[in-house]
Design a protein. Structure first.
Length: 200
């Protein structure tokens, strides 16, 4: 649906204001594979996107392909050595001396395996959330979606709960550039839901 200005929007809420929605989707996201029997299945993100297209919901949103988050973007929360490890480890180099000694330190293994394209997957997820925050900061959207995001278990120097890069924290850091009033509200949300992350 387009409003008078020609931009994509959804019907209004209780205040009758049309909501400008932007949606971030990386077409290759469904190609990443955590491994046989692993419960995290990125192809489900592609399935969700296909449903969005099938029901023509994409016509009510501005669809954006995220820019991959660069190592410096990811370092805004994560430690240098952890980002360097994620950027360089592959299934082929997993057991060489340089990487094998870091597996336990960075909690990479069964729940958080090394798979082909691990770092590009992290970059796409984080890039979508950072891009969504930028859209909100600029006032270009009222609602911003990144189905490949929400990987909130990752810690500063450690993978956790199928998550390697914490795109939620990166998105919040981007939002705080403009919306300083988020600090107290987000701190309360983080303390309630993400207390292990806060403690680290």
């Amino acid at each position: 649906m387009e409003d008078a200005s020609g931009s994509a929007s959804l019907p209004g809420g209780p205040d009758a204001k049309k909501r400008r929605v932007c949606y971030f989707y990386e077409p290759s996201i469904g190609d990443y594979y955590y491994g046989q029997g692993h419960p995290m299945k990125p192809h489900r993100i592609r399935m969700a996107h296909n449903l969005i297209v099938h029901y023509s919901l994409h016509r009510r949103m501005e669809v954006n392909r995220p820019y991959p988050a660069g190592p410096d973007d990811i370092r805004r929360f994560h430690s240098d050595d952890y980002v360097e490890f994620l950027a360089s480890v592959t299934p082929e180099t997993l057991h060489d001396h340089t990487h094998s000694r870091h597996l336990k330190r960075f909690n990479v293994g069964e729940d958080c395996p090394v798979f082909d394209g691990l770092f590009p997957f992290c970059q796409a997820s984080a890039g979508g959330s950072i891009g969504a925050a930028v859209k909100l900061n600029r006032g270009d959207a009222d609602i911003a979606l990144n189905w490949a995001g929400g990987l909130h278990h990752a810690k500063k120097s450690e993978a956790s709960g199928f998550c390697y890069v914490n795109d939620i924290v990166l998105g919040i850091l981007e939002l705080l550039k403009v919306h300083r009033t988020l600090t107290f509200t987000m701190e309360m949300v983080l303390r309630k839901h993400f207390s292990p992350l806060i403690e680290s």
